[in-house]
Every structure is written in C-alpha cells, then in structure tokens.
Design a protein around this ligand. Structure first.
Ligand SMILES: NC(=O)c1ccc[n+]([C@@H]2O[C@H](COP(=O)([O-])OP(=O)(O)OC[C@H]3O[C@@H](n4cnc5c(N)ncnc54)[C@H](O)[C@@H]3O)[C@@H](O)[C@H]2O)c1
Length: 315
C-alpha cells in the first residue's frame, strides 16, 4: 500500500475538525497534518500534528508540502455564502486563489490526490428547484456560488490537462454539533438545536417554508472519504458531484424538535439570507454519485435530530 501523508487546509473549521479526526483514524495520527490560519481547534489538540498556514501564501504552502512529504491535500479554507455577500472581493480572492495555489503545487509535486468541496450554491434561480440534476442550467447569484462554479471548472481543467486526481462534492447545508458553523445560509439548522435547549425557542432568519437540501455531518464525512477512496476509473465527474441526504424547511425541523423539547416555539424574521436561500434548489438529484461510487446517505431528519440532541446534551 502506498504511504499517504495528508495536509488538511482549513482544519479548524466546521468540516475540517471532523474530517481531520476521521482521516487520522484511517491513515494514522502522524500522517494527517492539520493546518489553518487561525489557532488549532481545541478538539484537535493532542490528536496529531498542526501547522499554522495561510493558504494564500503559496511559497509557504509549497515549503510545508515538501517539508512534510505531503501526498494529498484536502482544501477546506473558504469564505462561505452569507459572509461572502458582505465582502465579495475578499470571498472571490480567497476562494479562487487558494484553489489555484493548491492545484499548482499538486502539479509541481505530483501529489496523488486533491479534495476541494463545492456547494449547492453553484445553482441559481434558473436551475430546476426540485431534484436539481448533476448537469443543468447553472447561473449562481452569490459571489460564493460564482467562485465555487469557477473552481469546479479549474478542477476539471487540471484533471484533464495535467492529470491531477482532484475530486469534489457539492455539499448541501451541513449540520453538526462538534464545531461551530462558518457563516453559511443554512447555519440556522444548527443554531436551532442549541437555542431549543437553552431558550426553548428560536427566531429563524429564513421563512417557515424555505426548503433547502441538508446533510448530517457524519454522512458528509463518509461521502468525502468514500469519494476519495473510490478507484480513479469510477470518477466520471471532475467538476463536482451532486450529493443529497434530506430536504426540510424551518417549520418542519421545528416540528421535529418539538418532539424532543415539548413547547418549543419557532418564530421567523427573514434577513438578507432569505434571498440567497430562495436562489437555491429545494432538493438535489444525486444519481450520478450513487451510480459512480455508491453514495447512499444514512441520516434523515428524524434520525439526525435524535442524534444531535443526544450529542449536544452529552457535551
Ligand atoms: N458548512 C457547510 O454547510 C458547507 C456547505 C457547502 C460547502 N462547504 C464548503 O466546505 C468547505 C469548508 O467549510 P466549513 O463549513 O468547514 O467552513 P469554516 O468557515 O467553518 O472553515 C473554514 C476554515 O478555513 C480557514 N481559513 C480561512 N482562510 C484561510 C487561509 N487564508 N488559510 C488557511 N486557512 C484559512 C478558517 O480559519 C476556517 O477555520 C468550504 O470550501 C465551504 O465552501 C461547506
């Protein structure tokens, strides 16, 4: 078996923490180097190596890749949808340049694999709203969506032109209890659990009937690892794969939460994030991912809600 040494960039974030821990279980603690611009997330402390790294500094990134003998990079650093709308040029700059830096270094150092997530935010108001297919009209209206769509084509370009084994998933909104969300439009679906326990109520920044595609973090981590471990010949999509697990509205998750927290009340005060949410599909068709590498989600809304409460109460 080829020995792999993995660099996770953006490891202190919502996905980074859980992905780093999962990769360390598979590849061994020392073989997964966590890195981030901010300090090491306390959940990672003592679980393996950590380096402070700005992915925008290509020279430093290159030095680390050589010094650590890196063979794979998982690039998670990004500015997310809601934060991106507040600072579009910064979001574009970070989301694009970080990817180009990583792809260039992957080419120069012959890295075995690169992982870079895209998002359902690539879709826009002209995409089909229900069961949005892998290939369809894609006209994003957020800078985040534009950067993800452009990034998908850079991945495709480096894969076909230079033979880089770069793989990608279009994550839906991700729900987790371990580390805090990073400024996305679907963050309400995490906040609601914490406020249900603390306040018995939640004031939602989206309307009651805003259906969005969502996924529980354990499914997202498993999808990522299954995609990355699939034989290269199974990967037919080098832009980014649609993946799906569940779709629900704030009203529906409110009803589910009330089963665990009797008397729970949800109110609605939509803000600028409503417009972003309204531009995205309500549900996603992930047939291609299912057929190519066997994707199959484990958690629906009810199973996720039970697991979220069990884990938040423990912590
Ligand atoms: N969380 C979701 O619901 C979701 C949905 C779709 C796609 N994604 C994508 O998944 C990836 C990870 O998302 P997340 O939710 O974990 O985001 P996050 O904001 O929680 O984490 C991103 C991390 O990147 C780090 N970072 C920022 N700039 C950096 C730089 N210059 N150098 C090094 N590190 C830097 C941040 O400090 C942060 O810890 C992103 O590409 C995001 O677009 C996330």
């Amino acid at each position: 078996m080829i020995k792999e040494k993995i660099l996770v960039i953006g490891a202190s974030g919502q996905i980074g923490v859980e992905l780093t821990l999962a990769l360390r279980k598979i590849y061994g603690e020392k073989n997964v180097v966590a890195s981030d611009l901010r300090e090491e997330n306390p959940l990672l402390t003592g679980t393996g190596p950590y380096v402070a790294l700005d992915v925008m500094n290509k020279e430093m990134l290159h030095v680390q890749v050589i010094r650590q003998g890196i063979t794979q990079i998982y690039l998670l650093a990004a500015i997310l949808s809601a934060t991106g709308e507040k600072n579009p040029s910064l979001a574009w700059h970070l989301n694009m340049q970080s990817l180009l830096n990583v792809l260039d270094i992957a080419k120069e150092e012959n890295l075995h694999k690169v992982y870079w997530p895209s998002s359902i935010a690539v879709f826009g108001p002209t995409s089909p709203r229900k069961n949005c297919p892998q290939k369809t009209i894609i006209e994003p209206i957020t800078v985040y969506g534009i950067s993800k769509y452009a990034g998908e084509f850079w991945c495709n370009y480096y894969a076909h032109k230079y033979g880089i084994d770069v793989r990608s998933l279009r994550y839906p909104g991700l729900i987790s209890y371990k580390s805090a969300p990073g400024g996305g439009t679907t963050d309400y679906a995490i906040e609601i659990f914490h406020e249900a326990l603390e306040e018995n109520s939640y004031n939602c920044f989206l309307n009651s009937d805003t259906y969005l595609p969502m996924m529980y973090m354990p499914d997202a981590i498993r999808a990522t690892i299954e995609l990355m471990e699939a034989p290269a010949e199974k990967i037919t999509t080098r832009t980014s794969y649609n993946i799906a697990a569940m779709s629900f509205s704030p009203a529906e998750i409110g009803i589910e939460i009330e089963k665990h927290i009797p008397g729970f009340k949800i109110s609605y005060e939509p803000d600028y994030r409503q417009q972003i949410a309204d531009s995205w599909p309500q549900s996603i068709d992930d047939t291609v991912a299912r057929n190519d590498w066997g994707w199959n989600p484990a958690f629906d809304l009810s199973a996720m809600t039970t697991d979220m409460f069990a884990n938040i109460r423990k912590s």
